[in-house]
Design a protein around this ligand. Structure first.
Ligand code: ATP
Ligand code: MG
Length: 232
């Protein structure tokens, strides 16, 4: 099957300007692909570059070598060459990202935070709010919290708002960074079910799962991110 997202010879290093400009290579020659309906888990030791790869795939970090391509609006586009406007459009329609921590927007209630990306894709506000509400309830977020801004929510409650926001629109490609890290066993099961549902609907998922049990249950395969060896 045709891939939803793929990289060619992707490379990324960091330059530490405060340390005399030394260069720290993190990713080299990464060739990676994920197909519709497939979940690929990034594996590898701490510090290998899993989160860095995910941030490159979302366009938060520019790649310094190689390319990232994805299917967007029926055509292959190169993420590495996308300008800010194209990037916004890709994120609105195609590419979702559930970061490890919710970026709290002051004064906006949980339900509106979840409904917002749906409305941005053209859903009627009432429908978007109904879908947001049902996802929040599925993730066991009590109704009394739905209209409160999540700033004062617990870590697990914020993560569930973040997950609802990521799953609500049904993006064709979804990036998940530690989606179950702050969750109890019951909510972990809900997330496993949401991932299975998204895969069945054709979403391509790239995830980082430190919880091996979750990883084994959702991932179709692992992609190992290898640490770069220090030069001798
Ligand atoms: N903004 C940055 N500036 C400099 N170095 C960075 C930056 N971000 C990450 N690094 C370095 O890049 C390497 C990879 O980091 P990354 O966070 O991608 O690892 P990871 O595989 O996600 O690890 P973990 O499993 O612990 O989350 C690390 O050595 C880290 O110190
Ligand atoms: Mg990480």
């Amino acid at each position: 099957m045709k891939a939803s997202l793929w990289t060619q010879d992707l490379g990324k290093s960091f330059r530490l300007h405060l340390q005399g400009g030394i260069r720290i290579p993190v990713l080299e020659h990464v060739d990676f692909a994920v197909a519709p309906g497939e979940c690929v888990a990034l594996s590898g030791p701490s510090g290998a570059g899993k989160s860095t790869l995910m941030r490159c795939l979302y366009g938060n970090y520019g790649a310094e070598a190689g390319r990232i391509h994805l299917m967007h609006d029926g055509a292959a586009v190169e993420l590495t060459g996308a300008d800010a406007r194209a990037m916004r459009e890709i994120r609105r329609q195609t590419l979702g990202y559930v970061s490890q921590f919710l970026r709290v927007i002051p004064r906006i209630g949980a339900l509106d935070i979840v409904a917002e990306p749906l409305i941005a894709r053209g859903a009627a506000p009432e429908l978007a709010r109904t879908r947001a509400e049902s996802l929040l309830l599925q993730l066991n977020l009590p109704r009394r919290l739905h209209h409160l801004p999540p700033a004062t929510f617990s870590g697990g409650e914020q993560q569930r708002v973040n997950l609802a926001r990521g799953f609500a629109p049904g993006y064709p490609i979804l990036l998940l960074d530690e989606p179950t890290a702050s969750l109890d066993a019951a909510n972990r099961e809900v997330v496993i079910a949401l991932i299975a549902e998204a895969k069945a609907a054709g979403t391509a998922i790239i995830g980082i799962f430190h919880d091996v049990e979750v990883r084994d249950r959702v991932a179709d395969r692992l992609f190992e991110v290898l640490p770069i060896q220090d030069a001798a």
